[in-house]
Design a protein around this ligand. Structure first.
Ligand code: MG
Length: 383
């Protein structure tokens, strides 16, 4: 039988760090639709050379791991007061099945890649320890009271990342006699005399600490080119009246538009286009016409909701292009004001919002002046 090396991962998630915002320890905050912890766990579970994953949680968080402890390739254990104690708890959970090697990873690095895990595992064939790092490229200063008090030579300095990989027995023994304030597992290993190789780290493998790291991680997850496009189409019929409201602007006319809300056909088309770009249904889904509270509602409520939903998904308006289809009233004299009103609601510059009009050459319902149609296209870009 060929010799097969077994590898386990210990993911340390016992910290209480809330500096990333959101009022929750960062590992429980959502990033691109799932928790930071879930991203890290999946990265290791999905790796073909990782056989087992041990998640170390804060004792108060043991109820926050729905289903993970049920997975046949996972254990969920309670950590201790310090990082070192938590790692020891994770290593102890592996004692029975004793893998050949173990990768110890900080769960707050949710963008760890399969390639990076490969590099660490690959290096363990030749050394008892291996960990990723990136060379320091910025100048380094020593600061005191907000002033530069000195400079530091950066030659030979590295920024350490995780996962840090070790032969299992060696790191378990090293941790058994480790100094309580060792900054990471490489320090523990070195203190026990183990050799640790540096493998190439990855800028994507950032550690989430503050809110800016969350934003960067969201951007990295989404990739640079996630641009969404949506369309919206709406029609409202004319009824008796003396004005219409189009894109929030009141225009005197010899008819009015009929609708459950203020019948702002232009704003509805733009709103539906935003919902469309998010694959989030349409106005009717978010504001059911059967609900009396939206009777006569001003349509900026709908557009603001769509804008906020886009922001929740990490998007803002790229541009919008709206065409109103009617014989009358004349749109041209009001088009700039309409664009400015839409821009104000959407938090965009009016140069990104086109409002134009066409007739339908007296054909069809707009041609017969039975109503107004509107068609809109919007793009959403990462906020
Ligand atoms: Mg409508």
């Amino acid at each position: 039988m060929p010799f097969v090396t077994t590898t386990a991962a210990v993911l340390v998630a016992a910290g209480r760090g809330t500096r990333a915002g959101g009022g929750l320890p960062k590992q429980w905050r959502t990033l691109g639709g799932r928790t930071v912890a879930a991203h890290s766990i999946e990265a290791f579970r999905a790796h073909p050379r990782v056989d087992r994953v041990v998640l170390v949680l804060h004792p108060d968080d043991m109820g926050l791991a729905p289903g993970w402890q049920m997975l046949p390739d996972m254990d969920v254990v309670a950590g201790g007061d310090t990082r070192g104690e938590s790692v020891r708890a994770g290593l102890a959970a592996l004692a029975e099945t004793a893998p050949d090697q173990v990768l110890i990873h900080d769960v707050a690095r949710p963008l760890v890649t399969s390639d990076l895990i490969d590099r660490v595992i690959g290096a363990l064939a030749d050394t008892q320890g291996a960990a990723p790092a990136l060379p320091v490229v910025d100048a380094l200063w020593v600061g005191e009271d907000g002033r530069v008090a000195g400079t530091q030579d950066r030659t030979g300095l590295w920024r350490a990342q995780t996962p840090q990989g070790f032969h299992y027995g060696a790191i378990r023994d090293a941790h058994a006699s480790a100094d309580a304030d060792a900054p990471d597992d490489v320090a523990v290993a070195r203190a026990a005399g183990l050799d640790v190789s540096i493998v190439e780290g990855d800028e994507r493998n950032l550690k989430i600490t503050g809110p800016a790291d969350f934003e960067r991680a969201e951007h990295l997850l989404r990739g640079p080119m996630d641009i969404r496009v949506g369309n919206g189409f709406d029609v409202h019929a004319f009824i008796e009246g003396d004005r219409v409201i189009l894109c929030g602007i009141e225009i005197p006319h010899d008819r009015a538009l009929s609708g459950h809300s203020d019948a702002d056909v232009g704003m509805h088309a733009v709103t539906d286009a935003i919902y469309g770009a998010l694959a989030a249904g349409d106005i009717g889904r978010h504001f059911p016409p059967s609900d009396p509270q939206w009777k006569g509602a001003e349509s900026h409520i709908f557009l603001s909701h769509a804008r906020d939903l886009a922001a929740q998904h990490g998007f803002k308006l790229g541009n919008a292009d709206l065409t109103l289809i009617c014989e009358a009233p004349k749109i041209g004299p009001h088009a700039d004001e309409m664009s400015e009103r839409l821009a104000e609601i959407l938090g965009a510059h009016p140069s990104r919002i086109s409002v134009k009009a066409t007739t339908s050459e007296k054909l069809g319902f707009p041609g017969r002046q039975e109503g107004i149609a509107a068609i809109a296209t919007v793009s959403l870009v990462p906020a």
